[in-house]
Design a protein around this ligand. Structure first.
Ligand SMILES: NC(=O)c1ccc[n+]([C@@H]2O[C@H](COP(=O)([O-])OP(=O)(O)OC[C@H]3O[C@@H](n4cnc5c(N)ncnc54)[C@H](OP(=O)(O)O)[C@@H]3O)[C@@H](O)[C@H]2O)c1
Length: 312
């Protein structure tokens, strides 16, 4: 069975690559990058699907960015993501793909909501204005997948991960998410023998999922998940960690804990945005997530070893 992984060169795509040997008895994987095929182009996407003839699709490709890109490139975030998702679902339908697993994100939930958020609340109000273009494009991916289920009986489902981190992340200081950006900052601070300054008080709580855990859970979704509704893929509420814990684990991985400082003149953002992983736990049961300490240790090691060529 052939599994086509769109977004094969990204954070999650590379995590799938790193675990694929565990599934090689049953599947052959193809990892697609934008160089192999520009998924915003319908004709090219069609040709690619016709040539490769996949049985399954794990759809990760997206135009992703931090606050700056989301706020300043809204047309790109909207149009590129709408086009990529439209083309992938349309070609998957035409090629009679057995199952498509597409990736949403907990950051597309309504801005004004109650916590913990669960799968049923995705469309219950507008997203935060800072990422509304990205969020609406992603929400349409869920609507579109359901429309294919209902009109044609296609097995198109969506997963909703929380913050992901790991090797091959975007380690940009300006546009990376909090873990990769802090890993990069601490690296430079240590190199220059400076304080490791962390913006804010460090008190806000977040849920982080290591990319390899997400990759394994996505394979489980592909093989075993029979529900048609979306599912949150996240560590539980008890594994929420503070930004301060994250920063301390990063500093520890560099043996630089004594130089950490929090700059409370920066705002903290929202205190918590808890996502409910009960549906996952009820269906999967005993999934053991990699601890934040180990996940960060592995990410720091990877970043140091790949400093010259990694995305930053
Ligand atoms: N990162 C997070 O914290 C997070 C959290 C929740 C959900 N997600 C979702 O998880 C999925 C994977 O995220 P990620 O962090 O792995 O993303 P990523 O590292 O930014 O990688 C994006 C991938 O999409 C591909 N891509 C972008 N535009 C394309 C195009 N026009 N044609 C073909 N491929 C294209 C890129 O290919 P090139 O390398 O060739 O450009 C790359 O492989 C995304 O759907 C994202 O929305 C991410």
């Amino acid at each position: 069975m052939k599994v086509l992984v769109t977004g094969g060169t990204g954070l999650v795509g590379n995590a799938l690559k790193s675990i694929k040997k565990d599934y090689s008895n049953n599947y052959e994987f193809i990892f697609l990058s934008s160089r192999d095929c520009d998924l915003t182009d319908l004709q090219k996407t069609k040709l690619y699907f016709q040539n490769e003839k996949p049985d399954y699709v794990i759809h990760l490709a997206a135009c992703v960015g931090g606050l700056f890109k989301n706020m300043n490139y809204k047309v790109d975030m909207l149009e590129k993501n709408l086009l990529i998702n439209y083309n992938v679902l349309k070609c998957s339908h035409e090629m009679k793909i057995k199952k498509v697993v597409s990736c949403l994100s907990t950051c597309i939930f309504p801005d004004k909501t109650t916590y913990p958020i669960n799968e049923s609340m995705l469309h219950d109000g507008p997203p935060h204005t800072s990422n509304d273009a990205y969020a609406y494009a992603k929400r349409m991916l869920e609507i579109h997948s359901k429309a294919y289920q209902e009109q044609y009986g296609d097995n198109f489902v969506c997963v909703i991960p929380t913050n992901i981190y790991g090797p091959y992340d975007n380690y940009s200081l300006e546009d990376g998410h909090v873990i990769p950006a802090l890993i990069h900052r601490c690296y430079l601070n240590k190199h220059n023998n400076e304080k490791f300054m962390v913006r804010g008080t460090g008190k806000p709580l977040r849920q982080f999922i290591y990319s390899e855990d997400l990759a394994r859970l996505m394979m489980w979704i592909l093989e075993k998940y029979e529900d048609k509704e979306s599912i949150i893929l996240s560590v539980g509420e008890k594994d929420e960690v503070s930004i301060s814990d994250v920063a301390r684990n990063i500093a520890k991985a560099y043996d630089y804990e004594h130089m950490i400082e929090f700059d409370s003149s920066y705002s903290d953002g929202q205190f918590r945005k808890t996502a409910d992983n009960n549906k996952l736990m009820n269906l999967y049961g005993d999934y053991k997530f990699i601890s934040i300490e180990n996940g960060i240790k592995r990410s720091v090691k990877w970043f140091i070893e790949n400093y010259e060529k990694c995305r930053k």
